[in-house]
Design a protein around this ligand. Sequence first.
Ligand SMILES: Nc1nc2c(ncn2[C@@H]2O[C@H](COP(=O)(O)OP(=O)(O)OP(=O)(O)O)[C@@H](O)[C@H]2O)c(=O)[nH]1
Ligand SMILES: [Mg+2]
Length: 417
Amino acid sequence: MFENAQQESNPQAILVGVDTGEYDAEISIAELAALADTAGCTVLRSVVQARPAPEAATCVGTGKLDEIRELAEALEADLLIFDTELTGVQLRNISERTDCRVIDRTMLILDIFAGRARTAEGRVQVSLAQYQYRLSRLTGSGTALSRLGGGIGTRGPGETKLETDRRHIRSRITVLKHELAELEKHRKYLSRRRKKDGILTAAIVGYTNAGKSTLFNLLTRAGVLAENKLFATLDVTVRALELPDGRTVLLSDTVGLIRRLPHHLVEAFRATLEETADADLILHLLDASEPDIRERMQITQSLLNDLGCAEIPQIHVLNKADLVDYPLRNEPDTVWISAKTGSGIDTLLQMIAKALPQTAKRMRLCIPYTNGSFLQCIREEGKVFSEEYTADGTVIDALVEVRRQKAAEQYLLPDTE
Ligand SMILES: Nc1nc2c(ncn2[C@@H]2O[C@H](COP(=O)(O)OP(=O)(O)OP(=O)(O)O)[C@@H](O)[C@H]2O)c(=O)[nH]1
Ligand SMILES: [Mg+2]
């Protein structure tokens, strides 16, 4: 779908931040560095300028820009990554004054997303977000956007087209929106069907790099890409997980969250995260070895609230216990695990089973012909998937209501599938 420009193997980047006091610029720049690394850049230096607000025309002051140009020449840097969102005018001015390619935090994140989205829906979402972001920055950008050619910021729509034909972008956006709506409809249909069949769902949610995919793999052995890169996962991946009480829950692995997630991206990924809004349980995964764990927890929580998930039961899962050497405290609704070593997983599974609503459970029973009334109850109360008559009785595969489950257990068949 993208017209991929040939990629420079390793852009040499300088990071630029503006410290307005609004957020912790140091932490934000450190995270930008991790993002840049994920995107395959080498970060040579970070420059942060304290000022009450970004300069309208150039983001940082012009004197600072001249300094940055000299620094870029001295270090042989070819890319500037700004930690704030830049306007089209700023992009052009900075690029002209420094003679470097310029991208901003959002473009960098979109670039990473573009390289990693795997499902159709994820790819369309990223594509759409890229087109929209570029369109909003065309005004005044002059040649700045075309200077992105080659490397970071180019896994996206072809630049010449962007400049010469806005109508082309607008019509692509319309097509993509249509595609997305179709894909969404399909996902909603699947989710409705699951609900009807009494299938429970749980979502692993958390800050990027917390270990969500590692835990997901361990629990479901699905082989989802897990690596020490930010945003290793971009699409919700769903697999069935068997619980100790015999019920099955559909577990989904989700996109990693970050602080200052650009607004367009929350929008772009809302559809993907809507799986989470639908979930019966949220596993809020935290990297216990990170010093700013509390802040990350709050960022995740506020994004969950934005998505309308405040009411969904949550288990706080403190991961990477193997890296932490202080005594492990157990608080209610909190469990310590290591997705790497597997410690704590049994407790976690028990907690999941307990936290999920008591619901009708799908069971395969062999009910003797002498107990026809029980068979009748099962038939009438729940959905029947199949029924056959054997020498020992009626073998029925059905959803069994909570109040009948105990009585049904004596007839339970070992699952042969
Ligand atoms: N030591 C240790 N490392 C872990 C543990 N769990 C995960 N990791 C490592 O943490 C890194 C990130 O793991 P992922 O599972 O990719 O993290 P994620 O939350 O899915 O990340 P995104 O998809 O990018 O949001 C990998 O290098 C894992 O090997 C753990 O319990 N202990
Ligand atoms: Mg992941």
